[in-house]
Design a protein around this ligand. Structure first.
Ligand code: MN
Length: 305
């Protein structure tokens, strides 16, 4: 811990209620060529603040020619946040972005009213690929706005008594990520080994997703394949990592409006989903093209149609 760094106490007590964290099992799915553990949304736990989707991607073996291999597909109403802990992937989108991402770097794509992207092999990387893809529901003010893409090579880090935190979005302990966010939220990468207390914002819901290793929070074990949820109205959480552990902490202000999510679309009603579906299936100019060698992904028909 650096002398001028933020001060964080070593855990002595826990003030987390006995029934927390609430632990839910992730749902296993296949996305492109890679297995994922989907921590959000879950039945009974649709979102954490504006975070409405969380996939733990991999670890998977990829090659120069075969990576995530997710062909062109649309998004509306969200920001997609990509953060890797192993390997590399290539992002292409309908704004003309072509961006390789590596560990410690961040891709944030703001869909607004509509954007199309593909996630591909890099042409040069072979090895393990592992990371998270998270979605943030955009608020009313920007969810029909312009699409945008940001990449950051370098994010602020914080030395902790038992490891290191990287602030990939939002702010904690006085360190702020430069990434755009349109509601109050935070996303941290935690590389931990030992015991510590992390400060939390009392107005945020929080969730912990372990990627490697395991954590104990309030005596409850959290491992890959779990989401650990913490209710608001606490200002810290005591965490213990008996072995080297990598985890993601997300948090945000509780949403005051229900989301309506279907496929890659985040909206507020079936009518809005129908409009996005029709636009994608008909090739409407709402969704412009992305240059990709992969096949365009057809939208599944909404179950109510
Ligand atoms: Mn996508």
């Amino acid at each position: 811990m650096s002398d001028d760094g933020p001060r964080i106490a070593v855990a002595r007590t826990t003030e987390v209620p006995g029934d927390e964290p609430e632990i839910t099992e992730s749902h296993y799915a296949r996305v492109g060529h890679v297995d994922v553990r989907r921590a959000l949304p879950r039945r009974g736990r649709r979102n954490i603040g504006a975070w409405c989707f969380a996939d733990h991607v991999g670890p998977a073996d990829v090659s120069e020619e075969s990576g995530l291999d997710i062909g062109p597909h649309p998004h509306v109403g969200v920001q997609t946040v990509t953060w890797l802990i192993d390997g590399q992937a290539l992002h292409r989108d309908s704004l003309g972005s072509e961006q390789v991402i590596a560990p410690g770097q961040l891709n944030v794509m703001t869909a607004g009213r509509g954007v199309v992207h593909a996630e591909e092999a890099t042409g040069h990387y072979r090895g393990t690929l592992q990371g998270v893809q998270l979605w943030i529901a955009l608020p009313e003010a920007t969810r029909d706005g312009r699409a945008a893409f940001e990449h950051f090579d370098d994010l602020p880090t914080i030395d902790l008594p038992a490891g290191r935190a990287t602030v990939f979005i939002g702010e904690t302990l006085g360190r702020s990520s430069p990434a755009r966010h349109d509601s109050e939220l935070v996303g941290l990468d935690l590389a931990l080994h030992g015991d510590l207390t992390l400060p939390l914002r009392p107005d945020f819901d929080h969730g912990l997703i372990v990627l490697e290793g395991s954590l104990k929070v309030n005596g409850r074990g959290l491992a890959p394949g779990h989401l650990g949820y913490l209710r608001p109205e606490r200002d810290e959480v005591a965490i213990s990592a008996a072995h080297a552990t990598r985890a993601i902490l997300v948090g945000g202000v509780t949403l005051d409006e229900p989301l309506f999510m279907w496929w890659n679309f985040v909206a507020r009603s079936r009518r809005e989903i129908d409009e996005a579906y029709d636009a994608w299936e008909s090739g409407d100019e709402r969704f412009t093209t992305v240059t990709s060698s992969l096949a365009r992904i057809q939208a599944p028909t909404p179950h109510w149609r």
